[in-house]
Design a protein around this ligand. Structure first.
Ligand code: NAP
Length: 412
């Protein structure tokens, strides 16, 4: 049986060892990501016909594996076992930049030696919904790679489906290339994927968490498209960072205190207080824009604490599009504003192939800054997730080196 190679090194191209090192989560250590993730030696899995084995040079850190490490809101290991998967562990990691080491028997458009990144949209190739040509992220088998699925980029080798694989931008280092795809392709679907409310040139977009992973990509996509992004942040440094990415202005959310589920509509004084806070926040958007315009799209992910305000400030006929509930899931909608002003509250999840490729083309063309923030060692993948959960000082996207021995390599 061949041994795993040390972290920060690669075996000869195409030679796949029997085992590898991976940052592994197990159910009996669900909880703090610092301890939930542990380095273990595991077998490199066999490939199915449409799968690709990628040597992970660098792995993007995303919030989804905070959830996986905690085992909430779902236990991804137990769900996979119920579906017949034999493994009693989770190797997460939904962003990779790496080198293809092997391909399944039916893979035709990816070859050993290709330098690639992946998107996180995953579905069963034989799902009848997908076979019918419908949006695969709405299919019963739709999943997020490296979260719902096993053998993500926190192992020396990861397993992706062939349709997920996209070219790595040659001008980017491994850590730069591994940083933006999950958040960028998600932001692309949120802004351009919902017919009737696709982002238009000249539109106004309110971007929550503008200095975070999703937010930094949303600001850039909006700006490239000729729209005007107003960012929401928690301090001035973060606001200035958003402006450097193209935001026309920013709002410091700490200047307001009306967050959370508003008082019941029958509570007159409570409603008045909430409305005053939401109105003041709406005025701050106008001040940032320099004109009295409300956002055509509100780019949401905090959820419970912010949705009532998002719904309030959204333009008539506009859309609040949401892909997460980081602050909680019990969001409340004031139906009076919602129906009379005919607003849309749209859930969005993952990405499909055309959306991901449109986004990746912008990265390859050098039009998108991957927004690399803190870069971690393989050993610190758990700490990286803990820092994310605790809201550390990072700007942009966190990345961990896996096969890359140091930062700054991988550029052509
Ligand atoms: N469904 C999908 O396909 C998908 C894809 C990507 C991400 N997500 C989810 O989206 C969420 C955000 O991901 P991310 O990568 O952007 O995370 P991130 O890099 O940690 O950024 C999140 C930002 O949210 C802001 N924030 C924190 N607490 C807040 C609060 N109470 N109110 C308003 N804003 C707050 C923070 O900025 P400030 O402190 O400066 O405000 C932070 O920068 C996560 O839950 C993730 O799982 C879902």
């Amino acid at each position: 049986m061949s041994q795993p190679v040390p972290i920060g090194t690669l075996p000869p191209l195409g030679e796949v060892p029997d085992t590898m090192y991976a940052q592994v989560v197990r159910a009996d250590r669900f909880g703090d990501p610092r301890t939930a993730f542990q380095i273990e030696e595991v077998e490199v899995p066999p490939l199915k016909p449409h799968e690709v084995l990628i040597a992970s040079m660098a792995a993007g850190i995303n919030y989804n594996n905070v959830w996986a490490a905690r085992g909430i809101p779902i236990d991804v290991i137990a769900i996979r076992q119920k579906m017949g998967e034999p493994y009693d562990f989770h190797i997460g990691g939904s962003d990779v930049a790496g080198i293809v080491y092997a391909v399944g028997s039916e893979v035709t458009d990816v070859s050993v030696g290709d330098e690639v990144v992946t998107h996180h949209g995953y579905w069963a190739p034989d799902d009848p919904w997908v076979a019918a040509g419908k949006d695969p992220m709405l299919a019963p088998s739709a999943a997020i790679w490296g979260y719902n699925t096993n053998f993500g980029s926190f192992g020396q080798f990861c397993v992706a489906q062939d349709h997920q694989v996209m070219p790595k931008a040659p001008h980017l280092t491994w850590e730069e290339a591994a940083a933006p795809s999950l958040v960028g392709t998600t932001a692309y679907r949120m802004l351009f994927g919902w017919a009737g409310n696709e982002l238009q040139e000249g539109d106004v977009v309110l971007v929550w968490g503008g200095s975070g992973g999703l937010g930094g990509q949303a600001i850039q996509l909006a700006t490239i498209h000729g729209a005007r992004a107003v960012a929401v942040v928690s301090n001035e440094e973060r606001g200035e960072y958003c402006k450097s990415l193209g935001a026309v202005g920013y709002i410091n959310r700490n200047d307001f205190d009306h967050w959370g589920v508003p008082p019941h509509w029958t509570d007159g004084p409570g409603q008045k207080e909430f409305t005053a806070g939401a109105r003041a926040f709406g005025k701050a958007i106008w001040d940032a824009l320099g004109e009295r315009r409300s956002p055509n799209i509100v780019f949401e992910h905090p959820g419970e604490l912010t949705i009532p305000t998002s719904g309030f400030v959204c333009e008539t006929g506009g859309m609040v599009v949401i892909c997460a509930g980081t602050t909680g899931f019990s969001a409340s909608v004031d139906l009076r504003h919602h129906w009379v002003r005919q607003k849309r509250l749209q859930g969005s999840h993952g990405t499909n192939d055309p959306q991901a490729r449109s986004y990746n083309d912008l990265v390859v063309a050098g039009k998108i800054d991957p927004c690399v923030g803190d870069v971690y060692s393989f050993e610190d993948i758990g700490a990286a997730h803990a820092g994310m959960e605790e809201g550390d000082a990072n700007l942009g996207n966190r990345v961990a080196l896996v096969g890359a021995p140091e930062k700054g390599l991988g550029k052509q």
